[in-house]
Design a binder for this molecule. Structure first.
Ligand code: AG3
Length: 283
């Protein structure tokens, strides 16, 4: 029996599976110029934001995603000072990267200003760092931003996007990665959310191919549990311009002067271990 009316269900086309969250009530519903933005109060996952019917954030489990989109990349880079976040409108990734004292400047380029304004209202803790003087919010097309920004502008680029459909599709393509390569400093690195290892291995494979074609020296995928995203298992793919992704600042990570709930040095090492099928797919 499909779940009843007070459940929110995201069905995964072609996968014969879905996630459902029991709802308490709907808090917000709007059609922005780009997408439908809905906010629900759930029974056990806190607040939920969906964009065009796809789960983006819940209060209960977003920490895993946001920490894994931020800290592995920042502790791999020797000194991450200037950052670019593409997408990331709920500002959870922005909050995580601003925990790093080395970070001096973050440009966040989100297409849909309404996602950020709605998040400020319904997810104030994710937006807690928005007033940090190092945070610079721009509401425009991220693809265009990286095309036009001066070469060697950034140490780290984080692509915190929606699924590769509609306006986000270009964020997974070869032209975008070539522009990112140019926008990064010589020791720079990029990390992008790369969907489910179980459902989207073709996409992860294509990302590796495109990132290598854009002249990144090393490419690696890490994975983590994300129980409200398709298959409950999610990934991020990193690429570095001039060095391997093998090492990281382990001591700095262990001595980090801020709290995390998922990420630590053991998780960093474990997350990069490739499951056998993924290892073979990426050979
Ligand atoms: N980034 C969205 C990942 C895609 C989820 N896909 C899905 N539910 N079909 C989330 C933004 C968090 N900052």
């Amino acid at each position: 029996m499909p779940p009843g009316g007070d459940w929110y269900t995201e069905e995964w086309a072609g996968q014969g599976s879905a996630i459902s969250l029991k709802l308490a009530r709907k808090l917000h519903d709007e059609q922005s110029p780009y997408q439908r933005i809905e906010i629900f109060e759930t029974a056990t996952f806190g607040r939920l934001m969906t964009l065009d019917g796809l789960v983006m954030v819940t209060d209960r489990d977003n920490f895993v995603y946001h920490e894994m989109m931020s800290h592995p990349a920042l502790y791999t880079h020797d000194r991450p000072r200037r950052l670019l976040i593409i997408g990331g409108g709920d500002c959870g990734t922005l909050r995580e990267v601003l925990k790093h004292d080395e970070v001096e400047h973050v440009d966040q380029v989100e297409l849909d200003e309404r996602v950020t304004r709605v998040s400020e209202q319904f997810f104030p803790e994710l937006c807690a760092a928005n007033t940090d003087a190092r945070a610079h919010l721009h509401f425009q097309d991220g693809i265009r931003w990286v095309k036009e920004v001066a070469p060697a502008s950034y140490d780290v680029i984080i692509v915190d996007s929606t699924d590769p459909v509609g306006p986000a599709a270009g964020l997974f393509g070869p032209a975008f990665y070539a522009d990112c390569h140019r926008a990064l400093k010589p020791e720079g690195l990029i990390v992008g959310q790369s969907e489910s290892p179980l459902f989207h291995v073709d996409l992860i494979q294509a990302m590796h191919t495109h990132l290598r074609a854009a002249d990144f020296l090393d490419v690696a995928t890490l994975s983590f549990p994300q129980c409200t995203y398709p298959s409950g298992w999610w990934s991020a793919t990193l690429a570095r311009k001039d060095a391997t992704l093998a090492g990281f600042r382990e001591e700095d990570c262990r001595d980090r002067p801020f709290a995390t709930r998922y990420y630590n040095d053991g998780i960093h090492r474990a997350a990069f271990a490739a499951p056998e099928f993924l290892f073979k797919a990426l050979l």
